[in-house]
Design a protein around this ligand. Structure first.
Ligand SMILES: Nc1nc2c(ncn2[C@@H]2O[C@H](COP(=O)(O)OP(=O)(O)OP(=O)(O)O)[C@@H](O)[C@H]2O)c(=O)[nH]1
Ligand SMILES: [Mg+2]
Length: 306
């Protein structure tokens, strides 16, 4: 119940833009004029569901709503149709992989300022909650303050962290982190990486090197490569995902800063256009503000009537 309400809270802006305004459109209507559907299309696109999906949803509502009408309250019918189609949309994406062996390695990647470091700390918290000893690897050596920021989180979490000097090779940090994790019996290593990389080739090289070191030291590693996206950037997030998907095998998305944006529909656009499932959603700046992404709960929270 708590999860649902946090998510509902986080999606409040998106829901207000969508369901709130759909309520104005679909209540107290005698007839379903074409303008109503044109407006619905606008609302879906504004919530960043993507043009293709928005058009498909409107076509389905147009076709099915006449048979599902309730006098004076078409919103219920519309929400029912959207709920079904959006849930199916997310169900088509790959399910989370089964848990790995004794030591799981997760790379946290993404462009500047999207929330990587905060997400790494939040993920560490989840590992601790699951009863696993966790170690943070400060592989963002690009910026002097980066490992300090991660260090503050590590102190707060009471977990180990491995860091090197600024400018050090991120792959060397990872190597040491994996050795330390083994020595200390950690069950998870979460790797914070740099957002400021010069270009795609540089990014590809860096990530390839991290993958190589991880795979050499731990079977099957990295077990997850999580791309952090800032939900506020809407369709820009799709562009970033494309670049990262070309650069490395991204296994899932963390959609950060979902709180305070009206663009939560981007979850669907990401799934549709890139085939990458959202695994986590960030709902605030605190350690506990990260929730596993649950498709049905997300659709319910997005389309709930206030
Ligand atoms: N509201 C909100 N703020 C968030 C969330 N996740 C991160 N932030 C904030 O976003 C800002 C940037 O977060 P960082 O974790 O430093 O981002 P980063 O990607 O590591 O940044 P660089 O290392 O500079 O590339 C901070 O002020 C965070 O508190 C979230 O889910 N919700
Ligand atoms: Mg950072």
């Amino acid at each position: 119940m708590k999860t649902l309400s946090r998510l509902r809270e986080g999606l409040a802006k998106t829901r207000r833009g969508l369901v709130g305004r759909m309520g104005e459109l679909f209540t107290g209507r005698e007839e379903l004029a074409p303008e109503i559907f044109a407006r619905l299309e606008e609302l879906l696109i504004e919530a960043d569901l993507g043009v293709d999906l928005s058009l498909e949803l409107v076509a389905a509502v147009r076709e099915r709503l006449p048979a599902a009408r309730v006098a004076g309250d078409d919103l219920a019918g519309v929400l029912g149709i959207l709920r079904e189609l959006l849930a199916a949309e997310l169900a088509a994406l790959p399910a989370p992989p089964p848990p790995a062996g004794d030591l799981t390695v997760t790379l946290v990647v993404g462009v500047n300022g999207v929330g990587k470091t905060t997400t790494a700390a939040k993920l560490a918290r989840h590992e601790q909650r699951a009863g696993r000893r966790v170690l943070l690897a400060a592989a963002d050596t690009f910026r002097a303050a980066a490992s300090e920021q991660l260090g503050v989180w590590a102190d707060r979490l009471g977990c180990d962290m491995v860091r090197h000097q600024p400018g050090a090779d991120p792959a060397a940090v990872l190597f040491d982190a994996l050795q330390a994790a083994r020595a200390r019996g950690a069950g998870a290593v979460i790797v914070d990486t740099a957002g400021r990389l010069h270009n795609k080739e540089h990014l590809m090289r860096e990530l390839a090197k991290l993958r190589k070191v991880a795979g050499r030291e731990v079977a099957g590693a990295p077990h997850a490569v999580l791309l952090v996206l800032d939900a506020n950037t809407g369709q820009n997030a799709i562009q970033q995902s494309r670049v990262f998907k070309e650069a490395t095998a991204v296994t899932g998305i963390v959609l950060a800063k979902l709180d305070g944006t009206a663009r939560g529909g981007v979850v669907f656009a990401i799934g549709r256009e890139l085939g990458i499932p959202v695994r986590w959603v960030g709902l605030g700046e605190g350690l506990d503000d990260l929730e596993p992404f649950q498709p049905d709960a997300f659709v319910d929270a997005l389309l709930a009537r206030e």
